[in-house]
Design a binder for this molecule. Sequence first.
Ligand code: MSP
Length: 669
Amino acid sequence: MPAKPKFYLTTPIYYTNGLPHIGHTYTTVVADVIRRYKRMRGYEVVMTTGTDEHGVNVERAAKKAGVPESEFVAKMADAWRALWNELGLPAEEFVRTTDLRHVRTVQWLFKLFRENGYVYKGHYTGQYCIYDNAFVNDAKPGDNCPDCGRPTETLTEENYFFKLSAFQKPLLDLYKKNPDFIQPESRKNEIVSFVEGGLKDLSITRTTLRWGIPVPGEEPHVFYVWFDALTAYLSAVGGPDYEKRGMWPADLHLVGKDIIRFHTVYWPAFLMAAMLPIPKQVWAHGWFLMDASKMSKSKGNVVLPRPIANMLGMDALRYYMLRETVFGQDGNFSYDALVTSYNANLANGLGNLSSRTLTMIQQYCGGRIPKPTDSHVKSTILNLAFTQELGMIVGNNDLGEVGDYNTLNFSGVLQHIERLISNVDGYLVQQKPWAMAKDDAKVQDLANVLYDAAEALRIITILIHPIMPESTEKIWKQLGQPGKLDEERIDKLAWGQLKSGTEIGTVTAVYPRIDHQEAIERIESMANEELNPTAPPALAPTAAPSIAAGAAAATAPAASEKIGIEDFAKVEMRVGQIKTAERIVGADKLLKLTVDIGTEIRQICAGIAQFYEPDSLIGRKVAVVTNLAPRKLRGVESNGMIIAASVGPEGRPVLAGFLEDVEVGARLK
Ligand code: MSP
């Protein structure tokens, strides 16, 4: 079998002085979409992300936290990695700039510069903040430090310089020979004129910074953070031994517009100086703005990904980000638009198509994909519509079509898919399979129409899979399709491949409709909890299953430690009776209960949804802790806690109850 073609793509490596917000999530999501798409076209793909851990900001943040830098960055790197995993965005390579493999690569690259005559020792003079121990870029004598506001001083330090000036012509040649190297076009013009304006040599070591990669034999010199950071792309795939891994050069570096110069000027110049292969393309996307300004922690306008993923699912966030913003341009983020997009495009659009099609197959065709006539498959109007749109989405070389996925026009991809969905909806309304089902003479017509709808659903599910990987797997199973969806070849799709006779799976709503206002309030409330953790973290229902309801996670005293009766008496417990019970959208472990505790009816959330059917709980008497401070769980207020035993290694909750009838409101002592 011939080897697969390779594709290597990267996200920027993120600073470790904060945690991801949806701006960072955007870059990583786009990389993930491209990775999945390329894989579905038969490529061997490696995606790299990671953390940029050196520099004065980390030095400061570690100092503030009162821990050594190495400990600080290790924790942050773990948190970034864990969040990407939680959001379904794990990369093949997660590179940290404190990794030994990376340190070796940086030092090796510098050695090549030296051997090839591209570095020299010189002096750098600039404005320096003695309080922050850092040069202030672009400051003039007399300027204050933008960070601490105190006066800067003019300082000269010894540095190694990289002969960037020698690369003006080679860079301009590179841009000319590879017109697609910088994307989008508008950014390319900006970079070309910057380089045409002349390049100054670049200082690539520092002696005023301590937390960095040492220059071997030249201590106290450490490498400049950007030289260090850019090299991570190469360290991740073999560093000095990159040829063995076979992934370098990168096919695509995805970056935000703020860091394009580093990637399209410095980085290729560094690689040229070391005589290493140059990446094929750098794509700069725009920013996600909140109220027209860039998100930042200091402005207090950051949007976090986790609460959104909890409430609507990560796929809803992916859909919204890619559909509403033209890739390359800035986009505005709003919860309102996000939830509107969810209800319109997912609950009503794809979700509705999926459940109505599958329900009809269940009801009218005995739960098996019906058999259409051969002539119908060829001539159906949907076949024509789909074949045409397919070319526009994934490209069709025979017709010379480019394909929106290939040009990273994700908004275009989704618009085509939306059009397909409404085509199918319109077709169903016109054909009325529900009426055909009542007419014995129309059995074959019914089979033809429902086959069409199911085939359309299969193709749409494959086409949208790179953008919505999690939920499409569910639709795939409901359609009764064998094998893994991500192993389907997106470039070999054709109408009529769906097999008749296949038994479909259990039909459930993949994107349940949600109340607009409630969704926003709950997302905001979860975000607020994450940003301002006042109490100990909310108890994840699985984390301490001995109590079924959410409440602040108290650290239990060691088994041997005894408490006095006065401590026990502080806990008020009463007999309660469950009045209502319902599932909570976006929280598959929690049930929302209303419980009569004698004096009032309370709303309590309990982490028992995986073990108790809501209906089976109505009327049941339970033991309730009634004097707990209220808390929000997944954004839903919980006013008390239901007691349960925790059974087995998984901590299955079993509700505590009473063998004799007891009065509601009676106190437990
Ligand atoms: N560490 C450097 C990159 C080194 S790459 C060799 C860095 N880190 S960063 O964490 O500040 O930013 C990483 C990426 O996140 C950048 O591409 C930046 O554009 C992107 N974003 C940060 N905020 C953003 C938005 N609000 N919207 C979209 N992307 C944004 O720069």
